[in-house]
Design a protein. Structure first.
Length: 134
């Protein structure tokens, strides 16, 4: 569902409402089950793969009305290295839902994106293959 998301915290600290409204993120809001009892919220770009905001884990819906949805949870940042986990901060998102943007999708653009994904997967597999046999 396409939404405009306002982040109410920066690194776990509440920010003023004016500051929160100054920097909204727009994209496809998805809420998924993560494990048995937990859910995560993702805000994705129109391509469906790029994250617009860090993932919000252990979410709870605090309020829902005709103006939007208030979600609370923990924002998880990716790790800097290949091991461990990145920083985790408490976060609250105010989500205002809107109609999906009218983005024309061409067949050529879809084919180009598919070829690009396939090429990057082949390159990743080939580089991983060389490292295994040394």
């Amino acid at each position: 569902m396409y939404a405009t998301v306002f982040r109410c915290r920066r690194q776990g600290v509440l920010v003023e409402q004016a500051m929160s409204k100054a920097d909204p993120a727009r994209g496809d809001l998805r809420i998924r089950r993560h494990g048995f009892h937990h859910r995560i919220a993702l805000l994705l770009a129109p391509d469906g793969e790029t994250y617009k905001l860090p993932v919000l884990t252990k979410i709870r819906a605090l309020e829902m009305n005709d103006r939007g949805l208030l979600l609370s949870g923990y924002e998880v940042y990716p790790p800097r290295g290949s091991k461990g986990s990145g920083p985790v901060f408490p976060q609250t998102w105010w989500c205002m839902f809107r109609d999906a943007p009218n983005v024309p999708v061409s067949v050529e653009a879809a084919r180009s994106l598919a070829r690009s994904r396939e090429a990057s997967e082949i390159g990743r597999t080939m580089s991983a293959h060389d490292r295994r046999h040394r």
